[in-house]
Design a protein around this ligand. Structure first.
Ligand code: ATP
Length: 262
């Protein structure tokens, strides 16, 4: 099921914070990175796709009119992970994953806390490489560990549309790579549409299929990630002089030489 959204226009008070933004269509089984400077509108767009920020304009997932759905129905199709980490509550990681599954109706009718639900939750934790955290309490985990549990909460709902706001922000280098590899596998095997906000442009180039570049609430680039992350678009979006180079292994990297106008 492809995601077709927009043109979307959103306001905060009298200020337009999304101006006729039209990402996609975004195909199932692909990852799209939302890119742009601080305050450009990335989180607002992600929240609009999740139905958490009111916008004018259509949001369709395959034949499903997400914009017309109320929150509980929409939650059956999409899982959203905010920029803030899951709160450090006194609850075991696996329990919080099962609570999330119930909220999204993604437990396939499995009884809360039953063997099937436990198996599903544990499976996601295992695939994420954090099965050892299953019985730990969230208020005894580090920030990065809680972010990983937050990802498991979103994935365990088996969404068709996965929306992640800066899912790597609290993770060390190795975990960033492992999580992106995990997201690629899950996105492809489940045929999800995955949309994530990223600040790491090199990571976006290496691991995303497509990208949307926002500037001041407007879309200034959209399409295959290599066509969006270019010196011209980076200059317009961030005000930097940047190059895209290749590592000896052929991986693309963004090098910033300075700021424009200096
Ligand atoms: N709660 C709010 N009330 C009023 N304006 C807001 C609020 N949250 C965000 N904004 C404004 O909306 C615009 C878009 O913000 P948004 O959070 O979507 O940016 P962003 O691209 O995600 O930024 P960042 O990279 O810093 O997280 C900004 O101008 C911001 O100041």
């Amino acid at each position: 099921m492809a995601l077709r959204a927009g043109p979307l226009t959103g306001r905060r008070g009298r200020r337009i914070v999304l101006d006729r933004v039209e990402p996609g269509p975004l195909a199932s089984g692909t990852i799209t990175a939302l890119l742009g400077a601080n305050g450009s509108g990335k989180s607002t767009l992600l929240r609009a796709l999740a139905g958490l920020f009111p916008v004018d304009g259509p949001v369709w997932l395959g034949p499903h009119d997400l914009a017309a759905m109320r929150a509980p129905e929409r939650a059956r199709y999409c899982a959203y992970m905010p920029q803030t980490l899951p709160p450090p509550i006194h609850m075991q990681a696996i329990e919080t994953v099962m609570v999330s599954m119930r909220a999204g109706g993604g437990s396939g009718g499995a009884r809360f806390g039953g063997d099937e639900a436990i198996g599903t939750a544990l499976g996601v934790l295992e695939r994420l490489g954090i099965a050892d955290l299953a019985l730990r309490f969230l208020d005894e985990l580090s920030g990065g560990q809680r972010q990983l549990v937050g990802l498991a909460q979103a994935l365990a709902r088996s969404p068709a549309l996965l929306l992640l706001d800066e899912p790597l922000s609290a993770l060390d280098l190795r975990h960033q790579f492992e999580v992106m590899a995990f997201l690629r596998r899950e996105t492809e095997t489940r045929g999800m549409v995955t949309v994530l906000v990223l600040h790491d442009l090199g990571m976006a180039l290496r691991r995303a299929d497509s990208a949307v570049m926002l500037h001041d609430g407007r879309m200034i680039g959209s399409g295959p990630v290599g066509d969006v992350v270019t010196p011209a678009v980076l200059a317009a979006a961030f005000g930097v002089k940047a190059r895209v180079e290749r590592s000896p292994e052929g991986d693309p990297m963004v090098l910033v030489d300075g700021v424009t106008g200096s």
